[in-house]
Design a binder for this molecule. Structure first.
Ligand code: AMP
Length: 571
């Protein structure tokens, strides 16, 4: 396929908002591609040339892209930049400035060029990237240029999530959308859509035989929630409860030499924990994949400090001072692979036995604290103990449960302190819009329109307007810095809203919100019609708590969870 044909598909998909129609277009595109083109096209749809966990970025700012465009058309840089600013996007500027040429380079060739561009680093790379991009633009039709530029500047926003790509792959390659679970499993074990596409082309057997691999992140298993000890006992019976530590979840891979550390969002954060990895290297020699909660402790008292403290390590160049100021300890709660053997399908008790035999207690890491629980009284006593030592609560786990990669279910149940108000838990919501402030807040955002995620429909559904809980610094600096780059005309394709905020955003920023109660509302689309016809669900008295940069928009609280929280209010 030519890149031109691919770009035509992208334009059609971008203009469409119906999910079924998008799946149909994508599967038509997939069927038209040659086998060697398919994995690459899948990557390009996500705006990348390598899976996200490899951390390969283009490193081309919009201004640099504008310079490449100026070079390609032989125009003045300042003039081109002015046009970019006026039109709001370097893609639009290219469409206007490039001559109406045919284009038509092969998709694979464009992919290879983009890959080379992303890989180029070090001294002089900026100039080489600019020249490479300008050569590519010289051979591109205006529409191709739009998408090339959006991809390299990280602005390809088609509104197509992973779930939608998997649906379309199931349809196009396996002949049936109902076969998506098979693809989903392979994706959950490898976090690599291009690899899943390759396996799908080989057939169902290859998909079923997919294995975890050291270095490739496993999508993390997530917990459900229940309101109290009785409900948990009823659901789980005799079970294993562990302290729920309040830090950053990390998945650590070690192949005998090299380490990879992945966040909950499957970002490579290996550079964030050099001290911890040194301790792991000293004690654990065999290849493994483990999961732990990394918690900052007070170097003077040894006391564990809350989640916000690990964020201090989220900087580009982690200095020795920062490492010493914010030392971390890891509480290991999963062993997923050990010395050639995948353990994810073993029941928890067996994984736990292997974990405790393998992971010793040291001053920088130890197995998570756990206890067998027989009754609600025991569970409550253990819960109080966890709160006393500064943890968030408990994680209650089914002893016979396997590790369900990428799934949220009742094999793990969290038991958390209610954060004030009457709701059993806080919610992690995606910012999709905002209203301008008035009075003291004029010139800043006054309140944010936030949404839950509906994975079945791959859609964000609004659930409330949040205006309280923000500091002046949030309003004046942090929110504009984070939200302005996400601004767009009209609602994003995956956002479903009845309200009309002053400004719309691409779903990108996740915030944690607490609220007093959940009510039925005709103004919000969350779980619309699920509890009552013509009504969605809305939070009352919501309050901003903190930014959840560890979560991607698709990891926000789901609309079904909001329904559950709504029902829990009367239990
Ligand atoms: P939540 O973020 O509220 O959905 O709670 C789930 C998170 O709790 C996990 O993603 C982990 O980061 C964290 N966690 C803390 N301690 C444990 C533990 N012992 N087992 C599993 N997860 C834990």
């Amino acid at each position: 396929m030519t890149f031109k044909r691919f770009a035509e598909y992208l334009a059609k998909i971008e203009a469409e908002s119906g999910r079924l129609e998008i799946i149909r277009m994508l599967s038509e595109l997939f069927s038209e591609l040659e086998p060697e083109e398919l994995p690459k096209a899948v990557l390009l749809l996500t705006g990348r040339v390598a899976p996200e966990f490899l951390g390969l970025e283009f490193g081309v700012a919009e201004k640099e892209a504008a310079k490449a465009l100026a070079l390609a058309v032989g125009a003045d840089e300042a003039e081109v930049w002015r046009r970019v600013r006026e039109l709001g996007d370097v893609g639009h500027a290219a469409q206007e400035l490039l001559p109406d040429q045919e284009g038509g380079l092969p998709l694979l060739e464009v992919f290879e060029e983009l890959l080379a561009l992303a890989k180029d680093a070090g001294p002089g790379s900026q100039l080489r990237k600019r020249e490479r991009l300008s050569r590519l633009l010289k051979q591109a039709s205006p529409l191709e240029a739009v998408y090339i530029l959006r991809i390299v500047t990280g602005r390809l926003r088609l509104g197509v999530g992973e779930a939608t790509i998997l649906d379309a792959l199931a349809q196009a390659v396996l002949g049936d959308r109902a076969k998506r679970p098979m693809l989903e499993r392979a994706y959950n074990l490898t976090s690599d859509l291009a690899y899943v596409a390759e396996l799908a082309l080989k057939g169902e057997e290859a998909l079923q035989n997919v294995r975890v691999q050291v270095g490739k992140p496993i999508r993390m298993m997530l917990a459900e929630r229940l309101p109290n000890a009785e409900a948990i006992m009823k659901k789980l019976g005799r079970h294993i409860a562990e302290y729920k530590y309040d830090g950053e979840r990390i998945q650590v891979h070690f192949d005998g030499e090299q380490f990879w550390v992945y966040s909950r969002r499957i970002e490579n954060i290996t550079h964030q924990y050099p001290d911890l990895l040194k301790a792991f290297r000293a004690h654990l020699k065999k290849p493994y994949i483990l999961e732990a909660e990394a918690v900052v402790y007070d170097p003077d008292t040894g006391e564990l400090l809350p989640f916000q403290f690990v964020l201090n390590r989220k900087v580009k160049h982690l200095s020795r001072e920062l490492i010493e100021k914010y030392p971390v300890k890891a509480f290991v709660f999963e062993l997923l692979y050990l010395d050639g053997e995948a353990l994810i399908d073993l029941p928890l008790v067996e994984r736990r036995e292997r974990l405790e035999a393998f992971v010793p207690k040291t001053d920088r890491f130890e197995p998570s604290e756990r206890r067998w629980i027989e009754s609600a009284e025991e569970l409550e006593a253990f819960f109080d103990e966890a709160l006393e030592v500064g943890d968030e609560g408990l994680m209650c786990k089914r002893p016979d449960g396997n590790y369900e990669a990428g799934k949220r279910g009742f094999k793990w149940v969290k038991f958390k302190r209610a954060a004030g108000g009457r709701l059993a838990d806080t919610l992690d919501l995606v910012v999709v819009g905002a209203w301008w402030g008035r009075g003291r807040r004029s010139g800043t955002y006054g309140s944010l329109l936030v949404a839950s995620y509906n994975p079945e429909e791959d859609r964000f559904e609004t659930v409330t307007k949040v205006g309280s809980g923000f500091t002046d610094e949030d309003l004046q600096k942090i929110l504009p810095a984070r939200l302005d780059p996400l601004r767009r005309e009209g609602p994003a394709p995956r956002v479903w809203a009845f309200l009309e905020p002053d400004v719309w955003f691409e779903p990108g920023l996740v915030i944690e919100v607490e609220a007093q109660e959940i009510t039925l509302s005709p103004n919000h689309t969350c779980a619309y019609g699920k509890v009552k016809e013509g009504r969605g669900l809305a939070l009352r008295f919501p309050r901003f708590l903190r930014y959840r940069d560890d979560k991607s928009p698709e990891e926000a609280t789901t609309s079904d969870e909001v329904v559950e929280l709504y029902r829990l209010q009367w239990k």
